[in-house]
Design a binder for this molecule. Structure first.
Ligand SMILES: Cc1cc2nc3c(=O)[nH]c(=O)nc-3n(C[C@H](O)[C@H](O)[C@H](O)COP(=O)(O)O)c2cc1C
Length: 185
């Protein structure tokens, strides 16, 4: 199963357009999680207590962990997130908080080293930026989580940048990337 984690906000999102092209190339069948439509909430103390109790009892089939189980079981993962404030929309961070369930997506070895439990062979991170794209607080962060904690060894960044800069033709830049994906995948 290909899992599409859609953190795009605008209806005419260029990031989503590029991600949809990639998803077609990956076979066209996927489960989509539109993050803004899921009523996701930042973890409160009450939620933390509940989930700690569930983890301690090994009750991973609880509905609280639906998204985490879906993430753990995905064979390929595509995240689409526009470049916002050097990072990504906050709903993606909230999603990560919710799916990072120790015992489901990751566990710690006896020596304290994290060991990934996710099935996915590859995670794609699709983004677009108004200016020049800097990966430190977006793709690099997601890649660290994927590789070091979730056990997803392969990641790839797919990006279009300079879309809001005067003198750059956003439509041409996006179209060039879409054509490249159609040719090379
Ligand atoms: C709230 C917000 C924050 C943004 N922050 C940045 C930024 O830090 N750097 C940048 O280059 N562009 C920034 N942009 C521009 C977006 O990255 C750019 O328009 C992107 O293509 C939007 O993607 P979308 O078409 O998928 O919505 C920001 C846009 C918004 C709405």
């Amino acid at each position: 199963m290909v899992l599409y984690i859609n953190a795009c906000v605008r209806k005419e999102s260029r990031t989503n357009r590029i991600a949809e092209c990639l998803l077609e190339k990956l076979g066209g069948e996927y489960e989509e999680v539109k993050l803004l439509e899921r009523g996701l909430e930042p973890l409160s103390e009450e939620m933390l207590i509940k989930r700690t109790q569930l983890i301690e009892k090994g009750l991973f089939s609880n509905p609280m962990f639906d998204l985490a189980r879906q993430f753990q079981q995905a064979e390929q993962i595509v995240i689409a997130a526009p470049f916002w404030d050097l990072s990504f929309p906050s709903i993606l961070k909230i999603y990560m908080e919710n799916i990072y369930v120790t015992g489901l997506v990751s566990e710690y070895g006896a020596d304290g080293t994290p060991h990934g439990l996710c099935r996915a062979e590859k995670l794609y991170y699709v983004t677009t930026a108004g200016g020049a794209y800097v990966s430190d607080f977006s793709y690099d962060y997601i890649r660290s989580l994927a590789c070091d904690y979730f056990g997803i060894r392969k990641t790839e960044l797919i990006k279009a940048e300079m879309l809001d800069v005067v003198g750059y033709d956003a439509e041409t830049i996006v179209e060039q990337l879409v054509s490249l994906l159609q040719r090379e995948f």
